[in-house]
Design a binder for this molecule. Structure first.
Ligand code: G3I
Length: 337
C-alpha cells in the first residue's frame, strides 16, 4: 500500500509530520513510519530559540543538525519552525534588549545565523509564528510581544527580509493558529492576518505562503467551517500567496471514553477538513503535528488533553504505531482529491 506522502504527492501536495531528535533516536517505529508516510519533516523543537540558543552569545546546532541530516538521508523535504516566536524562548531572553537597536541586532544575528546555516536546504521557513492576536485589541490585531514592543509592527517585515537575504531559495511563511472556526474571535484573526499579508505584499516584503496551523477538535462541531475556511483560503490566494496546513491534528478531548467512537469521530474530522482544503488549489503542503499518539504534545497541554485523564487519540497512528481510522481517512481524502 502507498504511504500518505505518495498519495498526497499524486495530487500535488507535500505531506509531512513534525518530529524530534528524541523520537528519531528512540523509536525505530517512528523512523519506519516517517520513511513510509512523510514527504517532509518539521523539527518540532530543534529550530526554536529554546532549541539552539543556550546563551545570548551562543548557538548550539547539534540537535538541529541531527534532524537536518535525518531528513536529507531519508530524502525528505525540510521545513524550518520558527525564526521568530514569542514562545519557546530560552530563559536568558527575559533579559534581552528592549530598545529598538538592541532588538534589531539580536534578530539580525539570529536570522542570519540560523537561516544562513541551512540555506538552500529548506523547503520553507516559518519566519514569524503566531503574530496576530485580536485579544490585545490593537487596531492592527497584532500580538503584544517583546519583538513588537521593541520594534513596532515593522519587526515582521524585517524578519522576512532578513530570512530572504539569508536563504533566498526558501519559501517564507507566516504561520498562525485559530483561523478555521466560524467564531467572532477567529473571524477577527482572519481579518487581521489578511490585512497584515496585504500590507506586506504592498510593501514588497518577501512572503510566499500563509501557514494555517489547524489544531482541530472532533467534539466541537464549530472546530472548523468548510465554507468559511475555503473563502479565507481564496482571499489569501488572491494576494498571490500559497497556503500550507502546517500543524494539523484533531484532539478527542470532550468525547466519551469508548475508543471506536472516538477514533471514528477523529477520522471524520480529518476527512472533512482535508476535503475542504484539498479543494483549494492554493494549498500545497499538509503537515501533521504528530503522527503517532505515542508522541503527542496534547497530553501535556491543558487545552488539548482529555479531562478524564485518558491519553488522547489525536494522530494517524496509535500508541503502538498501528494505523487508525484517521490514517485511512487521510489516505481516502488524498485519493479522492
Ligand atoms: O524534553 C523535555 C524534558 O526533558 C523535560 O523533562 C520536560 C519538562 O518540562 O520538558 C521537555 O521538553 C518539552 C518539549 O515540548 C518536549 O516534550 C518542553 O518543556 C515543552 O515546552 C515543549 O513543548 C512544545 C511547544 O511547542 C513549545 O516548544 C511542544 O512539544 C510542541 O508540540 C509545541 O508546538 C507548538 C508549535 O511550535 C506552534 N503551534 C502550537 C504547537 C502546539 O503547542
Amino acid at each position: 500500500t502507498q504511504g500518505l506522502g505518495a498519495l498526497a504527492a499524486a495530487c500535488g501536495i507535500v505531506f509531512g509530520t513534525t518530529l524530534t531528535r528524541g523520537q528519531v533516536e528512540e523509536s525505530p517505529e517512528m523512523r519506519r513510519i516517517v520513511e513510509a508516510d512523510a514527504g517532509m519533516v518539521v523539527p518540532g523543537l530543534e529550530l526554536k530559540w529554546a532549541g539552539h540558543r543556550p546563551s545570548p552569545e551562543g548557538f548550539d546546532f547539534r540537535d538541529a543538525d541531527v534532524m537536518v541530516r535525518f531528513a536529507e538521508e531519508q530524502r525528505k523535504a525540510l521545513r524550518g519552525h520558527a525564526l521568530v516566536w514569542h514562545e519557546a524562548l530560552p530563559p536568558w531572553f527575559a533579559g534581552a534588549p528592549t530598545d529598538a537597536a538592541g532588538m534589531r541586532a539580536l534578530l539580525e544575528r539570529h536570522i542570519r545565523t540560523v537561516a544562513g546555516r541551512y540555506a538552500g536546504r529548506m523547503h520553507s521557513w516559518d519566519v514569524v509564528n503566531e503574530p496576530v492576536e485580536p485579544w490585545y485589541r490593537r487596531p492592527d490585531g497584532l500580538r503584544d510581544t517583546p519583538f513588537l514592543r521593541a520594534l513596532g509592527p515593522g519587526y515582521i517585515d524585517l524578519a522576512f527580509r532578513l530570512a530572504h537575504e539569508a536563504d533566498p531559495a526558501a519559501r517564507l511563511v507566516l504561520n498562525e493558529y485559530g483561523l478555521e472556526m466560524p467564531t467572532e474571535d477567529n473571524a477577527a484573526r482572519r481579518a487581521a492576518v489578511l490585512a497584515l499579508l496585504r500590507g506586506m505584499r504592498a510593501r514588497g516584503v518577501p512572503v510566499h505562503a500563509l501557514g494555517i496551523q489547524a489544531h482541530l477538535s472532533a467534539a466541537n462541531a464549530r472546530s472548523f467551517d468548510p465554507s468559511v475556511l475555503r473563502n479565507f483560503i481564496r482571499d489569501v490566494a488572491a494576494l498571490g500567496l500559497e497556503v500550507y496546513v502546517t500543524e494539523l491534528d484533531v484532539t478527542d478531548r470532550g468525547l466519551p471514553p469508548e475508543i471506536p467512537a472516538r477514533d471514528a469521530a477523529v477520522a471524520r474530522c480529518y476527512r472533512a477538513f482535508l476535503d475542504a482544503v484539498l479543494a483549494e488549489t492554493a494549498v500545497r503542503v499538509v503537515v501533521v503535528w504528530g503522527i503517532s499518539d505515542r508522541y503527542t504534545w496534547m497530553n501535556d497541554s491543558p487545552n488539548a488533553r482529555r479531562e478524564d485523564g485518558l491519553p488522547v487519540r489525536a494522530h494517524p497512528y496509535d500508541q503502538d504505531f498501528r494505523p487508525k481510522p484517521a490514517w485511512h481517512a487521510m489516505a481516502d481524502a488524498f485519493r479522492a482529491a
